[in-house]
Design a protein around this ligand. Structure first.
Ligand code: CTP
Ligand code: MG
Length: 232
């Protein structure tokens, strides 16, 4: 069986408010995106497709992949204006493969164990998406920010990546999303749910598998990096 990871790095990083684009910001001496790529490089995944901003493909190919000896990255493709459009570009480039793992490049703390859990579930259940139970109480609110509902914490999980599926089904889900012009698809599980009206299987990610989104996340990521080193 062939496993392909699609690593997304085509976002604008607007919530980071930084001069250097978020995916290239320094974390422990390397560009942020390097960390996730090197985990996949050393995993059971056979190939990696990196999705970057349209102006960054050459830069990544020349400087980045060679410099860091990322041999499993077979393609660098330009993404789209929204995450789901970038995923679609990655899926079009994937072609002959069996299992696809879609990963936010902005999650540097993905591990081999998480990758394997999502693959095993994808084989067994047709989907395996990394997630964790929420720690805070969640409120559904109305437009004026008055509380409407408090879902039971036992049933509320926050979604992470990788989100892993058989290639045929995730490709077909995205084909449907694009052809039906459905927008605001914020994760791949949602694309599957909308296309096939079927639930996806959640597996444990980790509380360290954060998405680096705002400047505070960069501070947390630096601390996690130090801990990773101490544990190694
Ligand atoms: N992403 C992408 N293409 C887009 C938008 C997002 O490939 N058009 C990727 C990002 O690079 C990131 C992941 O999807 O790795 C999750 O997105 P997010 O954390 O929202 O990153 P950005 O969209 O870059 O940040 P922001 O929303 O703050 O602009
Ligand atoms: Mg975004």
């Amino acid at each position: 069986m062939k496993y392909t990871a699609i690593v997304l790095a085509a976002g604008k990083g607007s919530r980071m408010n930084s001069s250097v684009p978020k995916q290239y910001m320094d974390l422990d001496g390397y560009p942020l995106i390097y960390h996730a790529l090197q985990v996949f490089e050393h995993s059971c995944v056979d190939e990696i497709i990196l999705v970057t901003g349209p102006d960054d493909t050459e830069y990544c190919r020349k400087n980045f992949l060679e410099q860091y000896h990322l041999k499993k990255v077979t393609k660098v493709v330009p993404g789209g204006a929204e995450r789901y459009l970038s995923v679609y570009q990655g899926l079009l480039a994937a072609k002959d493969t069996d299992i696809v793992l879609i990963h936010d490049g902005a999650r540097p703390f993905v591990t081999d164990a998480i990758i394997k859990r999502t693959i095993d579930a994808a084989k067994q259940y047709g989907s395996g998406v990394a997630a964790m139970p929420v720690k805070d109480t969640i409120k559904i609110v109305d437009e004026q920010q008055f509380s409407v509902e408090t879902p039971s914490r036992d049933h509320v999980w926050m979604m992470q990546t990788p989100q892993t599926f058989p290639y045929g089904s995730i490709r077909s889900a995205y084909e449907q999303i694009i052809s039906r012009n459905i927008q605001n698809i914020t994760d791949d599980a949602m694309a599957m749910e909308l296309a096939f009206q079927k639930p996806v299987k959640l597996v444990a990610g980790s509380y360290r598998n954060i998405k680096v989104t705002t400047p505070e996340d960069m501070e947390i990521a630096s601390i996690f990096m130090k801990h990773c080193k101490n544990e190694a």
